[in-house]
Design a protein around this ligand. Structure first.
Ligand SMILES: CC(C)(COP(=O)(O)OP(=O)(O)OC[C@H]1O[C@@H](n2cnc3c(N)ncnc32)[C@H](O)[C@@H]1OP(=O)(O)O)[C@@H](O)C(=O)NCCC(=O)NCCS
Length: 165
């Protein structure tokens, strides 16, 4: 099955919202706890552009959205401008087939030449697949924040990773 990576467009928003809501409702991978509608997710979609630091790429397979990778603002204060936070989510039946690697390859290729000094990723533990993917792309662990999120009736640790760009 061939997979195409391209920039997201508004027509993808319903599928991307549904994909993300799976992880919101069923997992601790994201610390969002309330599912989104396309409208409540709109500000998140609208941060992305075809140029600049904040990008949203999708993987399409057989006309369906298989996953996405994004670079977003890390924190609001101005001096953080040169740091982005990356995130990546695939449909549950699309894991372990190299699609995450394709998406991150496209994301970092598109960010080449942008004024970005660090990419950061926070991974709720455990998540062996995400850690392997981030290490493969040159992310290094900066440490673990212990029990910083409470979801699904327990506390979760988050390991942060950084990559020099
Ligand atoms: C994390 C995720 C994006 C990885 O994408 P993927 O397409 O499954 O990963 P790939 O097939 O491209 O493999 C990337 C690396 O991860 C490894 N990997 C994949 N699945 C793995 C698993 N279940 N356990 C351990 N390693 C795994 C691969 O062996 C590969 O490592 P290598 O480069 O050293 O060979 C995907 O599994 C996913 O969407 N998971 C749920 C959402 C999530 O956790 N997002 C990240 C939030 S921090």
């Amino acid at each position: 099955m061939s997979t195409t990576i391209r920039s997201a467009r508004p027509g993808d928003w319903p599928a991307l919202t549904e994909l993300y809501n799976h992880y919101v409702l069923k997992t601790s991978i994201t610390f969002d706890v309330e599912p989104y509608t396309v409208e409540t997710r709109r500000p998140w979609f609208e941060q992305f552009a075809e140029t600049g630091r904040y990008r949203l790429h999708v993987a399409e397979r057989d006309g369906q959205i298989a996953g996405y990778a994004a670079s977003s603002r890390f924190r609001p204060k101005r001096a953080y401008d040169t740091s982005v936070e990356t995130s990546i989510y695939l449909q549950p039946d699309c894991h372990g087939q190299g699609i995450g690697t394709l998406l991150y390859t496209a994301l970092f290729e598109s960010l080449r030449g942008e004024d970005i000094h660090r990419a950061l990723g926070g991974i709720t533990l455990p998540n062996a697949a995400s850690i392997a993917l981030h290490r493969r792309f040159g992310f290094e662990s900066t440490g673990v924040l212990h029990e910083v999120g409470r979801k699904l009736d327990r506390y979760w640790d988050v390991e942060w990773f950084e990559k020099a760009l």
